[in-house]
Design a protein around this ligand. Structure first.
Ligand code: GDP
Length: 364
């Protein structure tokens, strides 16, 4: 049977996966001139919707971008810096200018100095090998910092097109929808256009007479915690409002569970304080390390939930990261939490296989 294509963007229509290109609810398939949900929202609500592609497809798309001039806007989730990095990003961006947008700044406590966050973000970008001409902190959701971003986009784009890129869940769609509000109002001006040489369709939002902003699909990276929970459970791990810290004074040989998706064993060192920053819905549980295995087996989907997980990852399918902490640092568990730990502690952090855990100087 010949595939039916969306008359808006040309993607092959499908009803299986709402996050992939060409999704249409099964009931819409029989309609005359069917359009996919993404085009529908764009056409009727001037709103972009995120669709996902894997990193291979993404690289193909960025390879095509390589040939064009333009400004790249790289969106980063302040809460999941590591999970926001796109593999091989630099090589493909070539010598285009990159503006780093650190999004979801509203998640950090209000007392946190924004300049310090920008400073740390620049350091972390440079450690990741990303050369950004400018770094802006924003909250797309709360409309914070968006005026500054729009001004910077105008000045750096020099009449060139702007491509907004990011891994899934960093808030790219929310950001673009804000940009639409701030630049085009609600005029019906947004269109999709097929990017030369690829099957991917970019959404074209006119910025001014000369330049357009293009939304690109979100890249799925395997190290994101979001892959280990069902989408309806994402709300428990991915915070949407200011993260609250919880402080624990621990002795060596004690363990902290951060829900059922991570555990930190305090292996050696003097009594130390550990401050956990995570979605307030998550249960943080302290126990003795000798009892931790049994505790997990018995309670992974009860006392330690939410989220509900399909198997006890931390006893069946896990990796361990060991750190000797020499100065006050953040132990960052990609997409789930970060734990501020004082100097002198040796810890072992256990997470589902594939999740990244990194030690970094404190982010604020
Ligand atoms: P995309 O996959 O990168 O397009 O991300 P979305 O725009 O769909 O956003 C992913 C999640 O992050 C959603 O739950 C959004 O509500 C949330 N989000 C996006 N921007 C912000 C922000 O500035 N602050 C907060 N707290 N949440 C945000």
């Amino acid at each position: 049977m010949e595939a039916i294509k969306c008359i808006g963007c040309g993607a092959e229509l499908q009803s299986e996966d709402k996050n992939k290109p060409g999704f249409i609810p099964a009931s819409g398939m029989d309609k005359e001139d069917p359009i996919c949900k993404r085009c529908y929202r764009l056409k009727h609500y001037n709103e972009v919707m995120d669709i996902d592609i894997d990193s291979g497809e993404f690289l193909t798309m960025l390879n095509a971008l390589y040939e064009t001039d333009g400004l790249i806007v790289k969106v980063i989730d302040v809460f999941d810096f590591h999970g926001s990095l796109i593999p091989a990003f630099n090589r493909i961006v070539g010598d285009k200018d990159v503006i780093a947008v650190i999004n979801k700044i509203d998640l950090l406590p209000k007392s946190v100095n924004r300049n310090r966050v920008v400073h740390r973000a620049k350091q972390m970008l440079s450690e990741a090998g990303i050369r950004a001409v400018d770094t802006v902190v924003v909250s797309a959701m709360k409309n914070e910092g968006m005026d500054t971003l729009v001004k910077k986009l105008s000045s750096y784009s020099n009449g060139q097109d702007i491509y907004v890129v990011g891994t899934t869940n960093v808030g790219k769609s929310t950001l673009i929808n804000r940009l639409i509000e701030n630049t085009s109002g609600d005029k019906e001006v947004i269109t999709t256009s097929r990017f030369p040489g690829t099957t991917l369709d970019l959404i074209d939002i006119p910025l001014d007479e000369n330049a357009s902003i293009y939304d690109t699909p979100g890249v799925v990276v395997d190290s994101q915690m979001a892959h280990y929970v069902q989408s309806e459970n994402l709300k428990f791990i991915s915070p949407t409002k200011e993260i609250k810290s919880k402080t624990f004074q621990l002795e060596a040989s004690q363990t902290l569970f951060i829900s059922n998706l991570a555990r930190m064993d305090f292996v050696a060192g003097d009594r130390n304080s550990f401050v956990v920053y995570a979605n307030h819905a998550l249960n943080i549980h302290r126990t003795k390390t000798v009892k931790a295995d049994d505790f997990y087996q018995n309670h992974f989907n009860t006392l330690l939930a939410p989220p509900e997980i399909s198997k006890p990852y931390l006893s069946e399918d896990y990796e361990v990261f060991e750190f000797d902490i020499e100065e006050d640092s953040d132990i960052s568990i990609s997409g789930l939490a970060f734990i501020r730990a004082g100097a002198g502690a040796s810890v072992a952090v256990r997470v589902p296989t594939g999740i990244d855990v990194t030690l970094r100087p404190t982010i604020f």
